[in-house]
Design a protein around this ligand. Structure first.
Ligand code: HEC
Ligand code: HEC
Length: 565
């Protein structure tokens, strides 16, 4: 009798284990394969106008690059980068931050409860001034930092190109020379599907520290309640919810570009004019907006002319909630641990070039895996006017205030203006909030994040760092200066750039100011002291201070003085 029961239990157990094992088989192809597949070629107008190259289209840059260039370079450590974003916010509040110890990002293998992944989303729009438009960051600027990988992933919008840029800050560690590079887009879009936009999990966001159990696990692993790199261990669930909203907003910017371009077509300038007109009416009175008004019907008819027959997909930016702590509990969790315990998975990708390591990590269930192709969130046809809501979402509150004031708070006055704009304002180009505001106000307001003339060229990932063999005098510059003066998005501060040793040396020698910047003895305590290098609050200063002053003298001697000629 006992034997039979045991036998049955055994059979059941084997069955349960095989079911779970089957259930766990990864359905998606390995990322190493997925990243090789070229995105399916299509003939959409939007693909011709908004390319999917790794580097941003010539003359355009990511919001992140602009913010870093405007602030003289990338700060270290990460808490200072968060502080930089805070300082841009007119309310001086911190950006949204969350901790994700056991997530599903590309760097997941390097994060854990003790060193969780930090995700950051900027959530403010700056005020406009008489001459300039304020920076818009809502849904436009996201970071993901995994300390153990020394890498920050960056996803930020490119206003001029109408697309998101995928970037990495590699080698982001104490005393290291960080490199800001554009990532291989094909890798990122394996998970950030549908053209490349932010993604996030769904309610109740168990992976984030907005959930008490996740926050508690982090605190237990860290052994205290102190903030981690400036991020509080416990966050309200409202932060997770807001993060999710911001990723959805970002995702729809991208869909909007398709509606603006493909929905209206190459010759669809009047269609785009009508879309803008309705968008402004919607911002004025969202509650009273009638999606079936005669004006809306006009848009539908205009769209019908060239709207893609198969419709326009809105990418699914949500991945299902995953409850890592819950998965480990209960009978199912115990069974799961039986089959996964003895498998050696490796450490996971250490950086974004390390895809084969990523493939060795424990597989995720198909429906939880961000690599699994997600069905679109929505399929839009010429009968939908969602482009109207998308265009509306590009304008900031400050923009709407300016437009209202300029038009005596009279919407029909503004609409008349829209109707009177020259047709080429609506030519087939990416929708740009800045360009549209300039057209509507008739002024060429400046914008922080368009002009690239003062920026150093964008770098692609995979270019090896400089190795110093010959010009050994460069080593001291590499140790103490490269972190801020090589790869700095601001051209004027990128004076240690160069593809090889000789170029770098020539550039350093051409920068006469280096001699003074290193003459501490002469300028300390004078009004020029703030120009001494490295900056007094940097790690590099602490480092150089400890070295023999001869090192500094040798660095100065590398740069010929003006009187040597
Ligand atoms: C294996 C899937 C995967 C790949 C590949 C991937 N990501 Fe992500 N990424 C995620 C997931 C899932 C999230 C949301 C949750 C999280 O951060 O853990 C995310 C979030 C982010 C975020 C925070 C904003 C957001 O969308 O929620 C940034 C920034 C980011 N990724 C950048 C990148 C960059 C840059 C690349 C390419 C180098 C990349 N990602 C490749 C899965 C991936
Ligand atoms: C932590 C970042 C950082 C490090 C490290 C650093 N600098 Fe700088 N450097 C800056 C910033 C920021 C400025 C711009 C300051 C300003 O304009 O007020 C600057 C400005 C300069 C300038 C003036 C440039 C100009 O055209 O006005 C020189 C020269 C300079 N640095 C040399 C050096 C040298 C040499 C080293 C290494 C010994 C070094 N810096 C290390 C951040 C750094």
């Amino acid at each position: 009798m006992k034997k039979i029961t045991l036998g049955i239990v055994f059979v059941l157990l084997v069955l349960a284990i095989t079911t779970i094992a089957l259930f766990n088989t990864p359905s998606s192809a390995p990322i190493t394969e997925l990243a090789k597949q070229n995105p399916s070629k299509n003939t959409y107008l939007s693909s011709q106008i908004i390319p999917d190259t790794d580097l941003p289209p010539a003359g355009t840059r990511s919001l992140f690059d602009h913010v870093i260039a405007l602030n003289d370079g990338l700060p270290y450590p990460f808490s200072k980068l968060i502080a930089l974003l805070k300082a841009q916010n007119p309310d001086n509040t911190e950006p949204l931050t969350l901790l994700i110890p056991n997530g599903r990002s590309l760097l997941k293998g390097q994060a854990d409860n003790q060193h969780p992944r930090i995700v950051v989303a900027s959530d403010f729009d700056q005020h406009n001034t008489v001459t300039g438009l304020g920076m818009a960051t809502r849904g436009q600027l996201f970071l993901g930092f995994v300390e153990n990988a020394n890498e920050i992933e960056v996803l930020s919008y490119n206003e001029a190109a109408g697309r998101f840029e995928f970037q990495l800050v590699q080698n982001y560690c104490a005393g290291c020379v960080p490199r800001i590079v554009y990532a291989r887009r094909a890798i990122c879009t394996t998970c950030h599907q549908g053209g490349g936009a932010p993604i996030f999990s769904q309610r109740p966001w168990n992976e984030t520290n907005g959930q008490q159990s996740t926050a508690a696990a982090i605190a237990a692993a860290r052994g205290n309640q102190q903030a981690y790199l400036g991020v509080a261990l416990q966050q309200p669930l409202a932060n997770s919810e807001r993060f999710d909203q911001l990723t959805d907003i970002g995702n729809f910017y991208q869909a909007t570009q398709r509606l603006w371009l493909d929905g209206c077509g190459k010759e669809g300038n009047e269609c785009r004019r009508q879309m803008l007109s309705l968008a402004l009416q919607y911002t004025d009175n969202a509650g009273g907006f009638d999606a079936n008004s005669s004006q809306a019907q006009v848009l539908k008819q205009l769209q019908a002319v060239s709207f893609p027959k198969e419709g326009i997909f809105v990418a699914e930016s949500d991945v299902l909630n995953r409850d890592v702590i819950g998965e480990k509990q209960g009978f199912k969790g115990w069974l799961h641990s039986l089959i996964t315990r003895d498998i050696k998975f490796g450490e996971g990708a250490k950086d974004n070039e390390d895809l084969s390591e990523f493939d060795k990590l424990p597989p995720l269930r198909k429906e939880l895996d961000p690599l699994t192709i997600r069905a679109p969130k929505q399929l839009l046809t010429a009968n939908n006017i969602d482009g109207v809501y998308g265009v509306a979402s590009f304008f900031t509150q400050a923009d709407l205030k300016v437009l209202a004031e300029q038009n005596g708070h009279n919407m029909s006055h503004l609409i008349k203006k829209v109707n009177a704009l020259p047709l080429d304002v609506f030519a087939a180009k990416p929708f740009s909030r800045v360009a549209m505001m300039q057209a509507l106000t008739g002024k060429t307001q400046t914008y922080c994040c368009l002009n690239t003339a003062e920026m150093s060229p964008p770098q692609a990932s995979g270019v090896p760092p400089l190795t110093i063999h010959k010009n050994t005098q460069l080593q001291a510059f590499a140790d103490n200066c490269f972190a801020c003066h090589r790869g700095n998005p601001a051209k004027r501060l990128n004076f240690m750039a160069g593809a090889n040793e000789d170029e770098v040396l020539a550039n350093i020698q051409a920068k006469k100011e280096i001699r003074d910047a290193l003459d501490w003895e002469r300028y300390e305590g004078t009004d020029k002291a703030s120009k001494l290098m490295p900056p007094r609050d940097s790690l590099q200063y602490q480092q150089l201070k400890k070295l023999d002053p001869k090192v500094r003298q040798q660095m100065r001697d590398t740069v010929p003085s003006l009187f040597d000629f």
